[in-house]
Design a protein around this ligand. Structure first.
Ligand SMILES: NC(=O)c1ccc[n+]([C@@H]2O[C@H](COP(=O)([O-])OP(=O)(O)OC[C@H]3O[C@@H](n4cnc5c(N)ncnc54)[C@H](O)[C@@H]3O)[C@@H](O)[C@H]2O)c1
Ligand SMILES: O=P(O)(O)OC[C@H](O)CO
Length: 355
């Protein structure tokens, strides 16, 4: 009999808690997995009590997923090394700005042969250029890293409303194992081997969603929103061609038609936090940081920092004119341009030029 695999969840925010609920139930139902699922929790005090203690007694993440019970085999652990040290499968699900720091703490502390899967939607920028979050994990920890992305607004998945996700994984066996970790009757998963494009879809759609929020704030309506979705997808494809076509994995346009591509762009442009805050940004005149603090109760936006990371790269390469929507989203978020400039960007987009 093969050894039971141990799964650790690295993260406990809104999506992290929903994923812990799914994984906790799945490992209980399968003989292939160890029953206890440690979940790394960034410790904080809630009304004088530690969040980890609340989770381990009430079995509810009262801050990031209130109103939903977590399975009792999901155990909140405030020390990242303690949570991860015995794991065979590490599920990374933290806002992308924190992954580098956590990987530093985990370096050299993992079980040999451990595998990772990243559910993180974002990119990394350093003096070496732009990189995928899965690569940050691979390089920091020297382990394989697949990705899981999809149209997955966390509270809807928590309610067990039907939805879909895409796992990108080069290794077929690992893909099969991960499907068993995550799939549920209401959460159906397709596994593909093009992990790079799957991840890029998840990261870049957040920039498009910020643009969708701007047009909602400006009260332009759904025809304009559809144009944002179309032009946003065109910039996403072009970005993959420009920056990722020539490396080992390349990119495949097919993935844009999956739930990690078109599906996620649509749902985030209608229901996501990025859209919501961008709309409030236009209506209120407050900064993104002020609105994040006021409206999200500790949850983190990924769109504005991703737009900043992408803009740094576009500017370095002299490509801002080829990516006017990505560029405009960044400049509007920082206050360098007014939200109205986003409409000009749509009207004058290079996609309208005849070749
Ligand atoms: N929420 C969703 O609907 C959803 C759906 C799919 C994918 N995602 C992606 O999953 C990732 C995680 O999102 P989320 O919704 O779970 O998180 P979130 O937005 O709820 O972020 C809050 C989390 O960040 C933690 N945190 C705060 N400061 C920290 C620090 N210094 N170090 C480490 N952790 C810290 C908090 O403790 C909390 O667990 C993101 O990349 C997001 O884009 C989110
Ligand atoms: O709420 P958002 O905008 O961070 O989007 C959440 C998910 O990525 C949707 O799939």
């Amino acid at each position: 009999m093969s050894e039971e695999k141990k799964v650790c969840i690295v993260g406990s925010g809104n999506w992290g808690s929903v994923i812990a609920k799914i994984v906790g139930n799945n490992v209980t139902a399968s003989a292939n997995f160890h029953n206890r699922v440690p979940m790394y929790v960034y410790e904080e005090m809630i009304n004088g009590e530690k969040l980890t203690e609340i989770i381990n007694t009430k079995h509810e993440n009262v801050k990031y997923l209130p109103g939903f019970k977590l399975p009792e085999n999901v155990v909140a652990v405030p020390d990242i090394v303690e949570a991860a040290k015995d794991a065979d499968i590490l599920v990374f699900v933290v806002p992308h700005q924190f992954v580098g720091g956590l990987c530093k703490q985990l370096n050299g502390k993992l079980k040999p042969g451990a595998l990772a899967v990243s559910l993180i939607k974002g990119l990394d920028i350093s003096d070496k250029g732009l990189d995928l979050i899965s690569n940050v994990i691979r390089k920091a920890l020297g382990i394989e890293c697949a990705v899981l992305m999809g149209a997955n607004i966390a509270p809807e998945v928590a309610r067990e409303n039907y939805c879909e996700a895409t796992i990108g994984c080069r290794d077929r066996e690992m893909g099969r194992l991960l499907k068993e970790v995550f799939e549920a009757p209401y959460f159906r998963i397709v596994v593909v081997n093009d992990e790079q494009t799957v991840e890029l879809c998840g990261a870049l759609k957040n920039i498009v969603a910020v643009g969708a929020g701007f047009v909602d704030g400006l009260k332009y309506g759904d025809n304009t929103k559809a144009a944002v979705i179309r032009l946003g997808l065109m910039e996403m494809v072009k970005f993959c061609e420009e920056f990722f076509q020539s490396n080992v994995s390349g990119y495949r346009a097919d993935e844009f038609m999956r739930i990690c591509g078109m599906g996620d762009v649509v749902v985030t442009c209608y229901r996501g936090r990025n859209r919501l805050l961008a709309e409030a940004f236009v209506e209120s005149g407050k900064t993104i940081e002020e609105l994040e603090a006021e409206m999200l109760n500790g949850q983190k936006l990924q769109g504005p920092p991703t737009a900043a990371e992408v803009y740094t790269m576009l500017e370095q390469k002299g490509l801002t004119e080829k990516f006017p929507m990505f560029t405009a989203v960044h400049k509007i978020c920082t206050g360098e341009k007014t939200p109205q400039a986003f409409i000009d960007c749509l009207k004058n987009h290079p996609e309208h030029m005849m070749s």
